[in-house]
Design a protein around this ligand. Sequence first.
Ligand code: PMP
Length: 407
Amino acid sequence: MNAPASILSRKADFPGLTTADGKAWHYLDTAATAQKPQAVIDAMSNALGRDYATVHRGVYARSAEMTLAYEAARRRAAEFIGARSENEIVFVRGATEGINLVAQSWGGLNLKAGDRIMLSQLEHHSNIVPWQMIAEQTGAKIDVCPLTEDHLIDLDALETLLTPQHKIVALAHVSNVLGSILGVKRAAKLAHGVGAKLFLDGCQAAPRMRLNMQELGCDFYVLSAHKLYGPTGIGVLWAREELLDAMPPYQGGGAMIDKVTFEKTTYAPPPQRFEAGTPMITEAVALHAAIDYVDALGPESLFAHESGLAATLRDELRSINSIRLFGPDKSAGIVSFEIEGIHPHDLGTILDEENVAIRAGHHCAQPLMAHLGVPATARASFGLYSDESDIDALLRGIDRTKRIFGQ
Ligand code: PMP
């Protein structure tokens, strides 16, 4: 196992990894949402308690301090993902809202009948449905880039399929079902080659890869804090400042305006233009703590650790008969599989009795399930706190399940 020592001792930082009666809980559903380290829980608790006040409006000291903390979180997020400026960081409710924002605001301005949107076969519903909605509103059409045999987004096919009608290419940086990693630089070159923008869904990449928006070459990027060991209810939309500048507001309300009269409203510049209403104050403070936590360990170490565990699990599963594995051998800490004759839900339920939590279902990727020819898969996904004891518990549970099913 190639985990650095700094990561190996981290289980104790996560109070959620123990059952109510003090036993180890083998949490293998980090791709759905990550457990929170005590540092994040404390940051959120302090922000909700002793430090709590609104931001941007208060004339009293507590509000001014909270405003500084909220804007410090924005600067920290900008630094963490290598943005050029904090003005490129829009706080949204999560990746889903970020995608809807870009689809409606950028798409509403830039898409028209005859234009095309390129998605891929492995996208999460969050990176499909918002594009379908704006396609219906504008008359644009959607195309789907296929996968290679080993379940990567097929960039050779993308090169063939892209035309000057394509205005945006929206792809997962890392697949939430298969752990497939996108060749971002080539995807950006191909998209830009036909004059399209590249939108990346970074939900699964941000918690396990060192990101640099200047180097990736994409135009939009979204992530959810709750997958990055932070709280639910907040995410980041990154976009180049000039793109945000040109985009109309997504929602109207307080905090996003410059001047309001009944005749006409003018809007604040980005990012405030896209943050209508009282923002996610405590969540931003906790996201800051989560970024500090992950950054101190190093996203590249997390990647090495989790992909090492995924490779070990894949090897173990390969030696068990009647197991079918999905996804590429080199995956980002996510392993999808099925056991012939056992529904993933049955497997998940029996594993739960052993304090092993996996995900069973379509993982919000029904078009991918259709492509794989299965209604559902079982998915084990690793986090920075995962270790071989979790793999051992999963394998014991699979063995028991197979015996229950007479295999
Ligand atoms: N895209 C991917 C790849 C995801 O894994 C998820 C969450 N499962 C989402 C989008 C949606 O994220 P959220 O529910 O946090 O908005």
